[in-house]
Design a protein around this ligand. Structure first.
Ligand code: ZN
Length: 191
């Protein structure tokens, strides 16, 4: 993706702030807007990999967990997948990103993943941004912004803080409408 395209997506992500409510532990959200996101055009790699993260998110919903999914990609190959399961695992750290990073590190038998990219359907929380930095990821790509917990752009910019010992490139807003719709539908069905 070109720099200008990434910039456009970041702007779009910023505009979408406020569209999605808190993801963990909130019971209502406004519906997503439609018509943005470039349907009908050829999918970029980012959009393709986000599609896999969306598949994972649907697995979480099927298990009654907040539908968030993640994949880790290294040199164009998926090496880790995960979906949110803190309830089922009785584990507050069982976020999609953590599970995908754990699988990826196991796959290559290395706790550092310096060329890897994390794709996640919703903007990562502080814990998951921390894990991304620990893994030395090159890049984090997310779908819907999370104004109540997002630590990549919404509340903090943890991945781009030069005071920390690693920085990762951030791209937000990839297939954000679909990512947000999953969350909205999930909470609507539970009410
Ligand atoms: Zn998280």
């Amino acid at each position: 993706m070109s720099g200008s395209m990434a910039r456009v997506r970041d702007i779009l992500a910023d505009r979408l702030d406020g569209m999605v409510g808190a993801v963990y532990g909130r019971d209502a959200m406004p519906p997503p807007q439609e018509g943005e996101g470039g349907e009908g055009s050829v999918m970029s790699d980012d959009e393709e990999f986000m599609g896999l993260a969306l598949e994972e998110a649907r697995c979480a919903a099927a298990d009654g967990e907040v539908p968030i999914g993640a994949v880790v990609v290294l040199d164009g190959r998926v090496i880790g997948r995960g979906h949110n399961r803190p309830i089922g695992a009785a584990d507050p750290t069982a976020h999609a990103e953590i599970l995908a990073l754990r699988e990826a590190a196991g796959e290559i038998k290395n706790y550092r993943l310096p060329r890897a990219v994390l794709y996640v359907t919703v903007e990562p929380c502080p814990m998951c941004c921390g894990a991304a930095l620990q893994a030395r990821l090159a890049r984090v790509v997310y779908g819907a912004p999370d104004p109540k917990a997002g630590a990549a752009r919404s509340l903090y910019r943890l991945l781009e803080d030069s005071r920390l010992n690693h920085e990762a490139t951030v791209t937000g807003g990839v297939r954000s409408e679909e990512c947000a719709a999953l969350i909205t539908e999930f909470f609507r069905a539970r009410r």
